[in-house]
Design a binder for this molecule. Structure first.
Ligand SMILES: Cc1cc2nc3c(=O)[nH]c(=O)nc-3n(C[C@H](O)[C@H](O)[C@H](O)COP(=O)(O)OP(=O)(O)OC[C@H]3O[C@@H](n4cnc5c(N)ncnc54)[C@H](O)[C@@H]3O)c2cc1C
Length: 291
């Protein structure tokens, strides 16, 4: 199928974009990499009257170190993040995760802002952003605001972004060089969206106990889920087999996934428990190597 008729707008500065968003509001849709929007328009699930193509706004494409986080401009291609030496050095977890996004061709076009705005609960980058407690910078003609992932992701494919707003930047907290980290994912085929994904980041103290933990899953509900109770449970403990088993068993009681054609709720709970355990084991090995 072909998309419904639309008018094409091509702003080249942020101000021009903000004004167009303000003027056209709900009638307009931003197009970044087009990897999700174009198929949706072709299927006529979305029929915007105006497409605002942000690909010519140079100010929106960058990766830079900024204090305790990496600032990534919304228009930065997923491939650029994958190949960035800054990301490799300061948040290798993001690099590991982004390699699971579709295929190379999709990552060459797909942008970091697009994958956040699309708000798919199985998408890899939103899960990293949520688990690490990153931030999203959004802007409109009047102001800029910084939003937490919890405030941003509302439910399946829905965010708190207003029609007049654009994502400008995402901020990914940097990992300590001694942090152990891991990303685990199960998908039906290579390059498919995840059925479930899990992230673990741990720091160890001098006694080999967990000093700090960040644990999250994607695909187990309408938004990425931070497993705070599991984080609290492992902190102060040595990650023995028993502790890992006890930590991951409780995940089945915490999560309330929906069933769909890719897997039942029970299957997703089991998968979450298994993948978090694998992620914690790998994170532990890496934390020991880093220490
Ligand atoms: C075959 C296939 C497999 C895929 N597999 C995966 C996968 O495994 N994991 C995964 O995460 N993704 C996957 N994707 C999606 C891919 O990552 C997309 O690149 C991403 O979801 C959207 O990014 P985009 O830049 O292409 O955005 P677009 O398609 O241009 O836009 C998507 C949505 O975001 C909005 N938007 C875009 N940029 C902004 C912005 N800066 N501010 C506000 N709104 C904005 C658009 O208006 C639109 O609603 C897959 C896609 C395909 C076609």
């Amino acid at each position: 199928m072909k998309p419904a008729h639309f008018e094409y707008l091509k702003p080249i500065t942020p101000d021009e974009l903000y004004n167009q968003l303000s003027f056209y509001g709900e009638d307009a849709k931003i197009m970044a990499g087009g990897q999700s929007l174009v198929p949706i328009m072709n299927m006529r699930l979305s029929t915007p009257k105006y497409i605002i193509d942000i690909n010519h706004i140079e100010d929106f494409s960058y990766i830079k170190l900024d204090g305790d986080h990496i600032a990534i401009g919304a228009l930065t291609r997923q491939t650029e993040v994958e190949n960035s030496s800054i990301v490799e050095k300061y948040c290798p977890l993001l690099q590991e995760a982004i390699r699971y996004v579709g295929h190379a061709q999709i990552r060459n076009m797909g942008t970091i802002g697009g994958t956040i705005a699309h708000a798919d609960p199985s998408a890899e980058v939103p899960c990293v952003l949520s688990t690490l407690r990153g931030e999203i910078v959004v802007a409109n003609v009047e102001e800029e605001r910084v939003v937490s992932p919890e405030e941003f992701f509302l439910t399946y494919m829905l965010s708190s972004l207003e029609p007049t707003e654009v994502i400008k930047e995402i901020r990914i907290p940097i990992l300590s060089k001694d942090s152990g980290y891991a990303f685990e994912e199960i998908a039906r085929r290579d390059g498919d969206f995840a059925i479930l994904e899990a992230i673990a980041v741990i720091d160890l103290n001098e006694n080999g106990q967990v000093a700090a933990a960040k644990i999250g899953v994607g695909g187990a509900g309408p938004t990425p889920e931070i497993l705070e109770d599991v984080e609290d449970f492992v902190v102060g403990k040595e990650l023995t087999d028993n502790v890992l088993d006890d930590a991951c068993e409780q995940i089945k009681d915490i999560l309330e996934p929906d069933s769909d054609l890719h897997g039942s709720a029970e299957y997703r709970k089991d998968l979450a428990s298994v993948l978090v355990k694998r992620a914690l084991e790998t994170a532990l090995t890496r934390a020991k190597e880093g220490a």
